[in-house]
Design a protein around this ligand. Structure first.
Ligand code: ADP
Ligand code: ASP
Ligand code: MG
Length: 409
């Protein structure tokens, strides 16, 4: 008998009918002789609705209270799912994050899991129950309720799988697996049979919302086989693991994109040596995440530095730069909103020069202006106008022939 951790996302528990369907999927797993822990998200779009309620009072609700509010969404679905299983004659118990012993750091809105005190879960499993855990939430050492960031239920599931040595973690969602790009926007996207942890981590970090990046990080660090599959259709899904068997030689495996990006440029920097730390240290100490940074130093001209951030951080970024104007010693700041980042990802890039050039040529041919670029061993990202991003993703998907070269399942 093995232990399986399953996770069902918002759409998959979006109605009573769907919750009953989830109960049936759990029962199938029990009948094949496994113990089951099931993590669930809030029903449908209820997290967005709760957020909307708070924002209808103020644009800047306190983060502690937001976490208190948002965690109620998952509490609804765990209770309903436990009731559904019990009504079908299967013993089940629901647990909030703190009841499940999920300890996090003291950061509201984006806390990391530090440890899981799993004795309560273990004892309920030993009594033959299905344990249903609220995703996306935990508790700090001083008993404050926290959330793990949007999409964080995936991370709850994988962390539980790691802690309890599960055989596998199944992420049930509204698509049949991980695709070469978001199938909602890229018409030729194909499902991948398998994908490596590293490629999946890049895709997730670069905006492929199908998995929470920290869930992939946990799976990689603890060697948890992860399967992304449909909660509605009985299909095999995509395996995320260390080894990928087929398609290994493909240069580009997937295309991800992310909207709501802003480019900030600090003009007229006077202090060549100290300008970079004087800009980025205060941003870091204010927990502002900076992505791409561009600087080309010149002895003769005044220097500029550009960097990209999520648009939601713009106001805070400008405040920090203005507060530190005397130390940074700049002339003025410019920013451009409504940008997006499109990225190509694939471990085959390491040994194949010319991939970035092909990407640039493909976008230039259709007059899509690239405003910033960044590369790593296995990805190339380009910042473009937000309105072009779906077109760019489709063009790159065609250019790298992802519809032909990928074996779909
Ligand atoms: P859940 O509520 O089940 O967690 P999400 O909305 O978080 O579901 O994630 C599933 C969605 O991720 C899909 O509906 C799809 O639009 C989007 N998505 C983005 N990139 C990809 C990709 N590469 N493969 C599959 N789905 C993707
Ligand atoms: N309900 C949370 C969200 O919408 C967590 C999750 O779905 O993973 O972000
Ligand atoms: Mg999700």
């Amino acid at each position: 008998m093995g232990l399986i951790v399953q996770k069902f996302g918002g759409t998959s528990v979006g109605s009573i009918e769907r919750i009953l369907n989830v109960a049936d999927r759990i029962i199938e797993e029990l009948r094949s002789g496994n113990q089951v822990i099931t993590v669930v998200s809030a029903m449908g779009k209820s997290t967005d609705d709760l957020l909307g309620l708070a924002k209808s009072i103020t644009a800047t609700p306190a983060k502690r209270e937001l976490d208190m509010l948002l965690t109620t969404g998952e509490q609804v679905s765990i209770a309903l799912l436990a009731i559904a299983l019990q009504s079908k004659g299967y013993p089940a118990i629901s647990m909030t994050g703190w009841q499940a012993g999920i300890q996090t750091e003291s950061v509201f809105g984006n806390a990391r899991i530090l440890d899981i005190q799993s004795n309560r879960i273990q004892s309920e499993l030993n009594q033959g129950k299905v344990v249903i855990v609220a995703g996306f939430q935990g508790i700090t050492s001083d008993k404050e309720i926290t959330t793990l960031g949007r999409g964080g239920s995936d991370t709850t599931a994988v962390a539980l799988a790691a802690k309890l040595n599960a055989e596998r973690c199944d992420i049930y969602t509204d698509v049949t697996g991980v695709f070469t790009s978001d199938p909602r926007y890229v018409k030729e996207a194909r499902q991948l049979k398998d994908v490596s942890y590293d490629e999946m981590l890049e895709l997730a970090n670069l905006g492929a919302g199908v998995l929470h990046p920290r869930a992939v990080e946990f799976a990689k660090n603890y060697h948890i086989p992860l399967v992304v599959r449909s909660s509605m259709e009985k299909k095999e899904g995509t395996y995320v693991s260390e080894e990928v068997t087929m398609e290994q030689n493909l240069i580009v495996r997937g295309i991800a994109f992310e909207k709501d990006i802003t480019k900030v440029t600090v003009h007229g920097l006077k202090d060549g040596i100290h300008c970079l730390p004087s800009i980025f240290s205060p941003l870091a100490s204010n927990y502002i995440n900076v992505d791409i940074i561009i600087q080309s130093f010149s002895e003769t001209k005044e220097n500029n530095v550009s960097f990209s951030i999520k648009t939601e951080s713009l106001e805070q970024t400008l405040d920090v730069l203005k507060e530190n104007k005397d130390v940074i010693k700049y002339d003025h700041i410019e920013w451009e909103t409504k940008l997006a980042k499109v990225s190509i990802v694939g471990s085959g890039m390491i040994s194949n020069p010319g991939v970035a050039a092909k990407m640039f040529a493909c976008l230039a041919k259709e007059e899509i202006l690239i405003k910033m670029v960044s590369t790593s061993e296995i990805k190339v990202s380009a910042v473009v106008d937000e309105q072009c991003v779906h077109q760019a993703a489709n063009l790159l998907h065609d250019a790298f022939e992802l519809e032909h070269t990928v074996v779909s399942v």
